[in-house]
Ligand binder design. Structure first.
Ligand SMILES: [Zn+2]
Length: 245
């Protein structure tokens, strides 16, 4: 019995150590950096880990002590191609002022089926943006896809990098694409839930201003994006503004 107790003590110490390493790596990530690439702490800890990075942050606002725990699939995890040029970082001190929602107008079936198939869709979108449209990288800052049961956030350009998703707004917005065509259908609730979590995380971490404006892409460009059904749903969301400024 003492042996078992000693063993479980060692196991506990090991778990604590791993936890501390995760916290430290996340702190390192949260520090301002001009690095162009992205690091995946979970990938560093376990190269075989399927793809998610955990962000654990304490809200800086003392009125909101809730800890937000957000996982997303890092670029390395979805096997992103590198950007063609050094990314341009946003310069607004308190984060971007706008959140602009898109759909990808591609089939949602792969993302409904499983996370690996969804990652392949994200790679295909990136290829299209880099090779057909001639952009440096996938245009969006983030993409989200999934089924009714689960959804994943895919890191596009990430926070604090200027995207290529809404002309005139790229340097002051975060562009988030919900994978699928949302003209006649609504995205799965799990996907909408992740979208809200990502926006909340962005505001808590200072990437997005707290009084941000939420827009659908069609409000700043003549386009069907983000699809009628999704756009109508967004009108009910907090921070939605009818008139884009
Ligand atoms: Zn769009």
């Amino acid at each position: 019995m003492p042996r078992i107790a000693a063993l479980s003590n060692r196991l506990l110490s090991l778990m604590l150590l791993v936890y501390l390493v995760i916290i430290l790596l996340d702190d390192a990530h949260a520090a301002p950096t001009a690095a162009t690439g992205t690091k995946s702490s979970s990938a560093l800890l376990n190269p075989n880990a399927e793809s998610t990075r955990t962000h654990i942050s304490s809200a800086t606002d003392s009125s909101n002590k809730a800890k937000l725990n957000l996982k997303w699939t890092s670029r390395s995890a979805w096997q992103a191609a590198p950007p063609l040029h050094t990314p341009t970082h946003t310069t607004l001190p308190n984060g971007v002022s706008h959140v602009i929602i898109h759909h990808t107008a591609t089939p949602a079936s792969a993302c409904r089926s499983n996370a690996n198939a969804c990652a392949a869709t994200v790679r295909a979108i990136q290829r299209n943006h880099q090779q057909q449209r001639g952009w440096d990288d996938v245009g969006y800052n983030f993409l989200i896809g999934g089924s009714d049961e689960r959804a994943e956030i895919y890191e596009g350009r990430g926070f604090d990098v200027v995207g290529a998703h809404a002309v005139g707004y790229n340097s002051r917005s975060v562009g988030i694409a919900l994978i699928g065509d949302w003209t006649d259908d609504l995205p799965p609730l799990s996907v909408l839930d992740k979208l809200q979590q990502l926006i909340t995380y962005g505001t808590q971490m200072g990437h997005i201003q707290r009084d941000y404006v939420l827009l659908g892409h069609r409000q700043v460009k003549s386009t069907d994006c983000p699809g009628n059904r999704l756009y109508n749903a967004l009108k009910e969301w907090p921070h939605y503004e009818q008139h884009a400024a």
